[in-house]
Design a protein around this ligand. Sequence first.
Ligand SMILES: [Zn+2]
Length: 80
Amino acid sequence: MTYMDNPPPRRRPGLFRGADRWVSPAQQQRDHNGQRNTCAACGHDGTATDPLVVDVTDGMRVHRSHFDDPGSGYYGLEFR
Ligand SMILES: [Zn+2]
C-alpha cells in the first residue's frame, strides 16, 4: 500500500474546524446559543425517532427525515 493508494481525506476550508468537524461556524454559533438540538430547517427539536444529523453540504443540523423527503431541499444530499 503506497501513499497514492490511500490518500488522506480532502478538507474543505472553513467547514471542518473544532471537535465536530462537520459542523459549520453558523451551526457552532447555534450550538452555543442552546440550539444544538433544534433543526435549522424547520425549527423543531430532534427526537429519538427523528434525530438531527449534520448536512455535509452546509454544515447545519437538520432532521434525518428531511433527507428522505422528496419535497425537501435536503432530499438526496449527503449527511453525517
Ligand atoms: Zn426539521
